[in-house]
Design a protein around this ligand. Structure first.
Ligand SMILES: C[S@@+](CC[C@H](N)C(=O)[O-])C[C@H]1O[C@@H](n2cnc3c(N)ncnc32)[C@H](O)[C@@H]1O
Length: 247
């Protein structure tokens, strides 16, 4: 299909480069809007969190802290700790007034059984060991606690990647396999599948998006006139009843 190398989003060199600054992530976040159902994954995530009335929340892979800021503004009594492996992301989250610390997902430093809700949004496909990260989540969750995990499906932005003739990035935690992977650590999983739309006002913006994934991909997108839209496929998983054996 392409002469371009396939990207593995779990490759730790790729992860370190991607998130050394906030620029690429901010660029990608800016194009997304709800699809035909009007559902936005971040709204679904927020509603799932609020419905659980948590006192303590731990976010792993918090990125710029946008979600954390939304929660602490809406629920000022919640004890919210945002964590990320990238110092640049933690600095961005802290700059918004969110309590944030540099911590890898597999070693959060939180006491066992202390957290009501763990948030892991678009990050479980980046960790070096998914089982190690999920075991850590189960360890810090109290027995009635929940993991809210967001990820994308295999067809996410497939039309844009096809137009550019590049192989879509390979992901280890997807809408398709996420439930089975979470079942290794949790007894109950529910899911909400959501179609979203990425809007690119012109060729330059679509090329710039591709360049945030791989700098060489921008040149691969053939010219087009006007705007284009591409469909995204995202799932919000709620995992409860963490297995004692993994805690
Ligand atoms: C796609 S971004 C998502 C950020 C944020 N959750 C959001 O929804 O905007 C992935 C984030 O995971 C972080 N990350 C990657 N590997 C990690 C790890 N092993 N432990 C903690 N954070 C990690 C990255 O630094 C980055 O901020």
């Amino acid at each position: 299909m392409t002469s371009f190398e396939s990207i593995n989003v779990g490759d730790q060199g790729h992860v370190a480069h991607q998130y050394a600054t906030t620029e690429r992530l901010r660029g990608r976040m800016s194009v997304w809007g709800p699809g035909a159902t009007g559902l936005d994954p971040t709204d679904v995530l927020f509603e799932e969190l609020v419905a659980r009335s948590p006192r303590t929340v731990l976010e792993i892979g918090c990125g710029t802290g946008a979600f954390a800021k939304r929660v602490v503004d809406a629920l000022p009594d919640v004890d919210y700790l945002a964590t990320d492996a990238s110092p640049a992301m933690v600095a961005a989250a802290s700059a918004q007034g969110v309590r944030a610390e540099v911590r890898p997902a597999e070693a959060t430093g939180q006491p066992t059984g202390s957290i009501d809700v763990v948030v892991a949004a678009w990050m479980l496909y980046h960790v070096p060991s998914l089982d190690a990260a999920l075991a850590e989540v189960c360890r810090v969750l109290r027995p009635g606690g929940a993991l809210l995990a967001v990820t994308n499906g295999e067809q996410h932005l497939a039309t844009l990647f096809a137009a550019a003739g590049v192989t879509p990035p390979r992901s280890t935690f997807t809408s398709e396999n996420g439930e089975a992977l979470l079942e290794r650590h949790f007894d109950r999983i529910t899911r909400t599948d959501i179609e979203t739309i990425a809007t690119f006002p012109d060729h330059a913006s679509a090329a710039a998006y591709l360049a945030t994934v791989d700098a060489t991909w921008a040149a691969a997108l053939p010219a087009f006139e006007g705007a284009r839209q591409d469909t995204g496929f995202t799932t919000v998983f709620t995992a409860t009843a963490p297995r004692a054996a993994t805690r």
